[in-house]
Design a protein around this ligand. Structure first.
Ligand code: SF4
Length: 285
């Protein structure tokens, strides 16, 4: 049994702006880990660079804050080195859908068994509010004063067509629902992607709590078959007057680890090193 108190990090002050949607994600992640009874010392949270990427500092698990757009490579490597660990990657839309987009597509198709939470505030928050890959067409910011020309990246559709086996969207203003989605993602065997609508109260004056409270609706099992990929893709396109949240798509297939022969005898970190370490290191001198 893991309690929320055990996941509280006493040595770091949370530095997000008051009201930032990242608070909801942090609490939801803690609740999900506590519900899953994953011990803090058996959990690793990886991130890239950005406001949301500070999250590993604010939770008492192992953590890795990497380079911009690079939360997924270390998360993949950690899971492959020790697949007994629970691994969660977090990062913003600029981090993951911009510079990290290549990693995202390839992690989806590899189906490595960890959970990726996209803190999607539809702008670059840390660098003071520039347009990001998920900003809505026409969005005006200091980097696009006349409105962004491109259409936004669709993270849900990209994850589905790239091979992710659990694809969901949450809203940081709906904590019980988001916590349950993250719990489902952690329980899922394979790559679980959760796009979280995360209002940036300081810079994004369009995609606010009020905006999402008016538009978000919860997908119900009786209205959507999560195994239907085409239906999921159709739903992924819905973003005008109503925005669905919940599980869009879920399927089962072998993970990358399942198909890696070297992992059949247990986590790599538990296996004996068969070569003399000095000779191995000498090859890299
Ligand atoms: Fe959150 Fe925006 Fe403040 Fe960053 S700038 S901490 S995303 S409210």
């Amino acid at each position: 049994m893991v309690t929320l108190a055990e996941l509280a990090e006493p040595n770091h002050t949370v530095t997000w702006c008051p009201g930032c949607g990242d608070f909801g994600i942090l609490v939801a992640l803690k609740q999900a880990l506590a519900k899953a009874s994953v011990e803090p010392h058996q959990t690793v949270v990886c991130s890239g660079v950005g406001c949301g990427s500070k999250l590993p500092h604010f939770i008492k698990t192992y953590g890795y804050e990497g380079l911009h757009g690079r939360s997924l490579p270390p998360a993949s490597a950690i899971k492959m080195a020790n697949h007994a660990l629970t691994v969660v990657a977090v990062g913003g839309d600029g981090d993951g859908m911009g510079i990290g987009m290549g990693h995202f597509v390839h992690t989806c198709r590899r189906n490595i068994d960890f959970t990726y939470i996209l803190q999607d505030n539809q702008i670059y928050g840390l660098t003071t509010g520039q347009t990001s890959p998920t900003s809505e067409k026409g969005y005006k910011s200091k980097s696009t004063p006349d409105g962004v020309i491109e259409v936004p990246v669709n993270p849900i559709a990209t994850a589905i067509v790239s091979g992710a086996t659990f694809v969901a969207r949450g809203f940081s203003g709906n904590l019980p629902h988001l916590s349950d989605l993250i719990y489902q993602g952690i329980q899922h065997k394979g790559f679980a992607f959760i796009d979280v609508m995360q209002p940036c109260v300081t810079w994004n004056k369009l995609n606010t709590y009020d905006y999402f409270n008016k538009k978000a609706y919860v997908l119900k099992p009786e209205d959507h078959d999560v195994s239907d990929k085409h239906a999921a893709l159709k739903l992924a396109d819905e973003w005008a007057t109503r925005i669905p949240i919940g599980v869009f798509y879920k399927t089962e297939r072998l993970t990358y680890g399942d198909e890696t022969p070297q992992l059949k005898n247990g986590p790599l970190v538990k296996q004996p090193i068969k070569r003399e370490l000095g000779a191995l290191l000498a090859e890299f001198e």
